[in-house]
Design a protein around this ligand. Sequence first.
Ligand SMILES: CC(C)(COP(=O)(O)OP(=O)(O)OC[C@H]1O[C@@H](n2cnc3c(N)ncnc32)[C@H](O)[C@@H]1OP(=O)(O)O)[C@@H](O)C(=O)NCCC(=O)NCCS
Length: 375
Amino acid sequence: MADKKLSGAGLRGQSAGETKLCTVGKSGSGLTYCGYDVSDLADNATFEEVAYLLFNGELPNQAQLDAYIAELKGMRDLPEDLKSVLKLIPKDAHPMDVMRTGASFLGNLEPEVDFADQNRAANRLLAAFPAIMTYWYRYSHEGVEIACTTEEDSIGGHFLALLTGKTPSELHRKVMDVSLILYAEHEFNASTFTARVCASTLSDLFSCITGAIGSLRGPLHGGANEAAMEMIQKFSSPEDAKIQMAGMLERKEKIMGFGHAIYRESDPRNVIIKKWSKLLSEEYGDSSLYDISVACEEYMWDTKKLFCNADFFHASAYFFMGIPTKLFTPIFVCSRLTGWAAHVMEQRDNNRIIRPSADYTGSEPRSVNPIAERG
Ligand SMILES: CC(C)(COP(=O)(O)OP(=O)(O)OC[C@H]1O[C@@H](n2cnc3c(N)ncnc32)[C@H](O)[C@@H]1OP(=O)(O)O)[C@@H](O)C(=O)NCCC(=O)NCCS
């Protein structure tokens, strides 16, 4: 086998197409959506504004935003048949399998009629995903059949209200909103590329999103925030974190929540979510998990020059908000759906089927021996 880095394995550094949606590691803080820096969006916009931006290319004005929020709020409830399917999924199912089934089954009940229907289909998924996740979770774990609508205007607030059955605090609403913005879009990452490949066959939006969820499920992509949470919960103190991480590195284990395929020195999303995690830790009244996370960050940088990616401080932030670890990656779905759907729309606008070639490394041409003569 050729050296992975020299052979271009993982298509690293190779352009696989054009996009107007996003730059990664190029300008501003390192991440832009439609020309806006992610830190500017996190400070000055809401997730609904970002969703509108990705689907329409421009930020909405107030009237457009009000209409968009009203439209999304009106699309939140789940069909009874979907609720029945969610009730059948066992408690120990992987929550990403629940999201995959939810997206796919909704596509059976309310298929995308044609490409002119793509915005409705994308908005329907955006509005329905928080309920798909929490309806299954609360039914299978608590035996409760929740109502799938709330009065919350924001998708982040709506999710928290569905999960807890309570009105979320302003701080929690704000952090969920920022988190959804940070995860919304990231150029040709594995799950988005999956969606684009599927779209390039002129398939329907629900198939593109279902496939993307499958790619996001893997621990090297979306699953890293859950793995980071499991890791930091095992550390009893900042000192213990450093000792245990040294052992992990010696055993050549991957430390989840660190490193990135494109960013080389830092992930611009980290500084933003880290700030909110600190504020949450103060509200929570016990900052030990935050302090342990900071120790991990310092240790990895000092020893390996590896930096936290978006997932690492998301782990403690979600923990402080009382979100069960198994729902971390499904929240990523609720957000990244916007990027996926925007890429599907962009692919359809100027489509050619994506069909790369491979460098053949198999045997020389040969002919089939009669079976009795084979060793
Ligand atoms: C994101 C990731 C898949 C990128 O992989 P990649 O592009 O192959 O990474 P790089 O080429 O920068 O890796 C350089 C070296 O650092 C090591 N490295 C990278 N991330 C590491 C991590 N989190 N822990 C330990 N070592 C790591 C690699 O093993 C590699 O070592 P090698 O040269 O001995 O093979 C990788 O960093 C990783 O697995 N991180 C953990 C999972 C994660 O947090 N994913 C979420 C991404 S947003």
